[in-house]
Design a protein around this ligand. Structure first.
Ligand SMILES: Cc1cc2nc3c(=O)[nH]c(=O)nc-3n(C[C@H](O)[C@H](O)[C@H](O)COP(=O)(O)OP(=O)(O)OC[C@H]3O[C@@H](n4cnc5c(N)ncnc54)[C@H](O)[C@@H]3O)c2cc1C
Length: 387
């Protein structure tokens, strides 16, 4: 039976109100523009945000969390992303890269060690999937891991390991057996970033500039075998962890970021069009501009429905690989259309750093690439839908 209408729970509406007040007070536009220029996120503001306890929303109550509430956690990302990636990014590094992944995939010991601290927002994780020679084709990762008694030895390199320079742990996909077996000999490791043998090099980029991304090099990095995600029995079983529920949630989390930013773009263009006067009237009264804005608003509404339907299915523990891939594909691609339409509405000022539109456009242009490209989602959907 399909459920098509559902009211947003009252506690989610309360979280939204709380975050809107927080963002207005702590992350005003001038600060967001400055953080973007500095490729940085505000530790002091984030510490105040963390005091609201929202990283607990992805952690079960038995490990000190609030019980997994994905709809609420997605609403948190949406509200934070309306202010750019400066607070949403760090939140995702804790609540999703850490809390969600370990809740799903951690061994009992790993859950006991990490989840209570993740629930309190005390730890940041970075995602180590991509490599210099590996983008979408994750089954081809080349970073090698070998067991040496009770130790795992890691050699190789990760690319685009965003936040590795300030995160505590890299959630790292490695090749743990012969390469020709592809899916059957991958493992995930928890690699503390202060382990000897790790070196990093920053990567500047144009989108999601809450931080530089990082190249991370592993030179005979030794970690305990107890850091194999899921425990020693999950050695060579990493693909199951990658393709499971955590991936569904990953698609929702990046879709929520895109949606929050697209919403901010619409809001800025809408307000601008009502203020800017040309040919004797506000440009919002010219039909071409009106049509652009209401079309963008309509597309945004479709994104909202896809996002929260997918989040609700995931929250209920229902199968949702198709819906989450559709949401990622649709929201990322539609986010680009919304960005370009809103950019047109603001004319020259969409290129100026006095406004946020130029950042919204940069951020949204990257969304069909990061977190599983649109083409990869199409491939997944064709396979999931048995085309
Ligand atoms: C700002 C930023 C932050 C990032 N952060 C992280 C991070 O924290 N951790 C991490 O692991 N990665 C991160 N990434 C990397 C990101 O996830 C990858 O860019 C993404 O997986 C795509 O890989 P690629 O860019 O190498 O593209 P490729 O895989 O090389 O693909 C290039 C193009 O070819 C297409 N293509 C490839 N194969 C196929 C196919 N079989 N069928 C159809 N089309 C295909 C793709 O859709 C794409 O359009 C980040 C990237 C950016 C830009």
């Amino acid at each position: 039976m399909r459920q098509t209408f559902i009211d947003e729970p009252a506690h989610v509406a309360e979280i939204r109100d709380q975050l809107r007040r927080f963002v207005a007070a702590e992350a005003p536009r001038e600060k967001r523009i400055a953080w973007d220029k500095a490729h940085s996120w505000p530790r002091d503001v984030y510490a105040k945000l963390n005091a609201l306890g929202l990283t607990a929303l992805t952690v079960p109550a038995e490990y000190g969390g609030a019980g997994q509430d994905l709809v609420a956690a997605v609403a948190v990302i949406e509200e934070l992303a309306a202010a750019g990636a400066f607070l949403a990014g760090p939140y995702i590094h804790t609540a999703f890269y850490g809390g969600m992944n370990l809740s799903e995939n951690g061994s009992p010991e790993q859950k006991a060690e990490y989840l209570p601290r993740l629930a309190k927002g005390e730890l940041f994780f970075a995602y180590g999937l991509s490599e210099p020679n590996v983008g979408g084709d994750l089954a081809s990762v080349e970073t090698r891991a070998e067991l040496d008694g009770d130790t795992v030895v890691v050699n190789g390199a990760k690319r685009w390991c965003t936040g590795a320079d300030w995160a505590d742990v890299i959630y790292c996909l490695v090749r743990s057996g012969p390469a020709d077996q592809r899916y059957r000999n991958l493992s995930f490791l928890l690699i503390p970033t202060d382990t000897p043998g790790i070196r990093m090099q920053g990567i500047e980029h144009s989108n999601l500039r809450y931080t530089d991304s990082q190249d991370v090099f592993f030179d005979n990095v030794r970690i305990p075998a107890s850091n194999i995600v899921g425990g020693r029995e999950m050695w060579n079983q990493g693909w199951k962890l990658l393709a499971g529920r955590a991936l569904d949630v990953e698609k929702i989390e990046i879709s929520a970021t895109a949606f929050g930013i697209a919403q901010a773009a619409c809001k800025e263009a809408w307000a601008y069009a009502q203020e800017r006067v040309q040919f004797g009237k506000a440009i919002s009264q010219h039909q071409a501009i009106r049509h652009k804005l209401v079309t963008a608003a309509t597309k945004l509404e479709a994104c909202r429905h896809m996002l929260y339907h997918a989040a609700w299915l995931a929250n209920e523990g229902r199968p949702c690989s198709v819906e989450t891939s559709m949401a990622k594909l649709f929201i990322a691609d539609t986010g680009v259309e919304i960005a370009l339409a809103c950019q047109q509405v603001m004319g020259a000022y969409a290129m100026s750093d006095a406004y946020e539109m130029e950042r919204h456009v940069r951020d949204l242009l990257g969304m069909p690439i990061v977190g599983g490209s649109s083409d990869m989602q199409r491939n997944n959907l064709a396979s999931l839908m048995k085309l």
